[in-house]
Design a protein around this ligand. Structure first.
Ligand SMILES: [Zn+2]
Length: 264
């Protein structure tokens, strides 16, 4: 899926606050939602705006970002205020293509956090639901000014509930970051190296059996002062490695033993 996600309001035009602060919590939820969706292979655009100084400019900035991409779903994340308790999700109308996701999300949040399920509601008054081009839903995770909601609040669990509602399947809350296997050709290992040996010979290919290049061959396309008369690289010469092959490194003029190179 391709999904737009944003947290409501802006750092310069903050949302509701009480026992919880909406802007702090909606961003925590938003970040985790994006992390989990991406970990499950989906493309996500973060359409959060932090520059809007008033509600109008904030909403316009968010919707502009949303409508920059054609997506399967727009997800807006808020926290509620005004004395209620529980979670609710808004869609534009009963015909909204986001309604199934909305139903699952509100049920999941209610079950996960153990707060009241206020259900899916329709409204044509919310700017982000009215102005976004793709199916959209707006989550009011819980109430910032309710003691029960505050006691049960957990941004990560709420995010997982939202993601499972979107995807209609279970996901792991903790994203496993695979330990990168040591890879000799990892692009991070390539780059500029310094030669740490005197008279380091340059070969025609990887491996000690490859023929040693002559001074004439080496200096044809390279700086002569990098090589001695025997066709060896001098200590301190800087070379760019474009490939590794076992114990050998490919530099512009040929192959050299990797152990005599130091990354700079
Ligand atoms: Zn809000």
């Amino acid at each position: 899926m391709i999904i737009n996600v944003h947290a409501g309001h802006s750092l310069k035009c903050r949302g509701a606050s009480g026992l919880l602060d909406e802007v702090n919590e909606d961003r925590a939820v938003k970040n985790k939602v994006i992390e989990l969706l991406r970990a499950n292979g989906h493309t996500v655009y973060d359409c959060t705006d932090d520059n809007g100084k008033n509600q109008n400019s904030n909403l316009k900035a968010i919707v502009n970002k949303c409508n920059d991409h054609k997506v399967d779903l727009d997800v807006s994340i808020h926290l509620n205020a005004g004395g209620g308790t529980g979670t609710e999700v808004y869609v534009y109308s009963d015909n909204s293509k986001a309604k199934d996701e909305a139903e699952r999300i509100v049920k999941n949040i209610s079950n996960t956090l153990g707060i009241r399920n206020r259900g899916v509601k329709t409204t044509t008054k919310l700017y982000v639901l009215r102005k976004t081009n793709s199916p959209a839903l707006l989550v009011e995770c819980c109430f910032v000014d309710n003691a029960t909601d505050k006691a049960k609040w957990n941004a990560d669990k709420c995010a997982k509930a939202i993601v499972e509602g979107i995807l209609n399947k279970s996901v792991n809350e903790h994203v496993e970051t695979p330990t990168p296997k040591p890879q000799s050709n990892a692009s991070s290992a390539l780059g500029t190296y310094m030669i740490t040996a005197s008279d380091l010979s340059v070969r025609t290919g990887p491996g000690a059996n490859c023929r040693r290049k002559t001074y004439e061959e080496l200096t044809k396309n390279a700086k002569a002062h990098d090589y001695d008369k025997d066709g060896c690289l001098n200590y301190g010469t800087r070379v760019t490695v474009s490939e590794f092959n076992g114990d050998w490194a490919k530099i512009p003029s040929g192959w050299v033993a990797r152990k005599y190179l130091k990354k700079v």
